[in-house]
Design a binder for this molecule. Structure first.
Ligand code: 5GP
Ligand code: MN
Length: 355
């Protein structure tokens, strides 16, 4: 952060702070937010953590979870008041205010100083302070980096460390994605030294399934996963009725899109599903140079990272699939050219490219 010293001065006395994360937060968004909130509280600040929506129950173990205010439009003016009265608003794991729906306008109207901590591509430049790095694997890493920059590392306890470790672990796909740099391992090691427990965190996040979620996965893998070999693409669609049949809860679809990419030679994997409110959501994953951030931005009002992005569609599920399948052939050359693992740079080459 360029003006870290200025932020440090601001935090030199007790402030009213709000911590916001993106809609349908994942372990990185929630873990980073709860870690930052716990750290701020240790500095005698008053902190309100607000989520724009509910989130998966496998994240409920995170220390501070019970204090998270879930924004429900029209239900209470608590979040609006907290944002209006805040001295500081921290925005975590999203790069554009549109990702927090109505809360975005409240942030725009607020006179609070805003702090963006994020690793998504193409940020909207709305914040007074930015800890932004699209080469960082997770927002958790950036929260850790900021805390160190502000000289507050000694206040990281095992609860804060567990929350940050959860973000780091999940956003690197358990240290498997191509964002798994040496800094990731150094940060992970520092967090473990501070008391994070990798075994416990991974059990809590990954081994917390309901039987119906596993049945849903079985159904998806046996009946719904489609492959277009000539376009190196895999896709899955799930309707509201199908999700209802498997008693799907928030978060149950998370990770399904990764199965497509686990098929040999597949370069692009897509999950298209209907939310409870009928809207259609898309999740994209890719390997190598095919940018799903560009694809989602261009065609599905979305974005994210080069190899992991999301978007939405106002069409029906069937029409969204038809739109996707209609667009895909125009990417034939790019998709066919992508040579899977042989094109991935070695760690050394990645470093040289960055230098
Ligand atoms: P997921 O597919 O797991 O929902 O999201 C993959 C990545 O894309 C995450 O980093 C997420 O924050 C981002 N993302 C998901 N949906 C959207 C969206 O609608 N708009 C933007 N800009 N980013 C998204
Ligand atoms: Mn993230």
């Amino acid at each position: 952060m360029q003006n870290a010293q200025e932020l440090k001065v601001l935090l030199g006395q007790p402030r009213k702070a709000v911590v916001l994360m993106h809609y349908k937060p994942d372990a990185d968004a929630l873990g980073s937010s709860l870690a930052l909130a716990a750290w701020l509280k240790k500095g005698n600040h008053t902190v309100t953590v607000i989520s724009p929506s509910d989130y998966p129950s496998f994240l409920n173990w995170m220390p501070g979870n019970s204090d998270v205010v879930i924004f429900q439009p029209g239900r209470s003016d608590g979040p609006a008041r907290a944002i209006a009265e805040a001295d500081l608003v921290f925005c975590l794991d999203f790069s554009s205010l549109s990702r927090i729906n109505e809360l975005g306008e409240m942030v725009r109207r607020s006179s609070a100083k805003t702090v963006l901590i994020d690793h998504h591509l193409e940020p909207e430049r709305f914040a007074d302070f930015e800890e932004w790095d699209s080469s960082a694997a997770s927002t958790a890493e950036l929260v850790y980096r900021l805390i160190v920059e502000l000289g507050g590392e000694d206040k990281i306890d095992c609860c804060i460390a567990d929350c940050l470790y959860a973000g780091l672990m999940t956003d690197t796909g358990s240290f498997r994605h191509n964002n798994t740099t040496d800094e990731v391992f150094v940060t992970a090691a520092s967090l473990v030294k501070k008391g994070a427990n990798p075994h416990r965190v991974s059990k809590l996040i990954y081994d917390n399934n309901t039987l119906s979620r596993l049945r849903l996965m079985g159904y998806v893998l046996s009946q719904k996963l489609q492959v277009i070999p000539e376009l190196k693409t895999a896709y899955i669609t799930l309707s509201r009725d199908e999700l209802r049949q498997y008693e799907s809860q928030t978060g149950d679809t998370e990770g399904l899109v990764n199965y497509g990419l686990s098929i040999k030679d597949i370069v692009l994997s897509v999950l298209i599903y209907e939310r409870k409110d009928g809207s259609v959501k898309l999740s994209f994953r890719s390997i190598g140079d095919f940018s799903v951030n560009d694809f989602a931005r261009q065609h599905f009002e979305g974005g994210g990272h080069k190899n992991a992005a999301g978007g939405q569609s106002s069409l029906s599920l069937d029409d969204t699939l038809a739109k996707f399948l209609g667009i895909l052939p125009s990417y034939r050359d790019l998709l066919q050219h992508e040579g899977y693992i042989t094109t991935l740079p070695t760690n050394q080459e990645s470093k040289q490219n960055k230098a």
